[in-house]
Design a protein around this ligand. Structure first.
Ligand SMILES: [Zn+2]
Length: 186
């Protein structure tokens, strides 16, 4: 599957209440534009794999969006700063509403409902921004390249690559279990 910078679904049949087509479904690989990645402080190891279904609910301009996204982000190891590929995925459901005149997809708070509502105003809806954001918020705040990452030396050398530089801990330097008592005045 070729990746694209957009994730567009054509919802014309839903807006027009074409009785034969009450749902629109598509999937693809999304390689978001730089501006979208920067907005979410995101860097990707591979394009995002997305899948979206928009269904008519029977109401006039009300629809339901259901979808998921998964992918691999590139993060810095919090100890050695090496690049780490971190997997994440998200499943989501949103009410959607058609409002003529709205240029691009918007996420709005609904005063009457608890859920946010996706509002769109054109038949062709690009979900790239939503998919990118929903993926980004699933990522952990920090990452480790491996559980026992040795980190950097005081000089900034990666100790995973140069374990010989790890300072030896001498047994007499280990804190004594009684060391806390030293502060207590007898
Ligand atoms: Zn590391």
């Amino acid at each position: 599957m070729k990746s694209s910078a957009q994730a567009v679904l054509n919802l014309a049949s839903l807006i027009n209440h074409d009785a034969s087509l009450y749902e629109v479904e598509d999937q693809g690989l999304l390689a978001p534009e730089v501006a979208l990645l920067e907005a979410d402080d995101l860097s990707l190891a591979e394009p995002l794999n997305w899948h979206i279904i928009v269904r008519s609910t029977g109401g006039d301009d009300d629809f339901i969006l259901e979808g998921n996204v998964k992918g691999k982000a590139l993060m810095d190891c919090r100890r050695c700063l090496d690049g780490v590929a971190v997997e994440a995925s998200s499943s989501f459901v949103y009410p959607m509403m058609y409002k003529a005149g709205i240029e691009s997809l918007q996420l709005r708070e609904d005063d009457t409902e608890e859920d946010d509502v996706l509002v769109f105003g054109r038949p062709n809806v690009d979900f790239a921004e939503l998919i990118t954001q929903l993926f980004a918020i699933e990522l952990p705040l920090t990452a480790l390249c491996r559980e026992d990452c040795r980190g950097l030396s005081a000089d900034g050398v990666n100790l995973n690559e140069h374990p010989e530089l790890i300072p030896e801990v001498k047994s007499e330097e280990k804190p004594s279990p009684f060391s806390a008592l030293k502060d207590i005045e007898l």
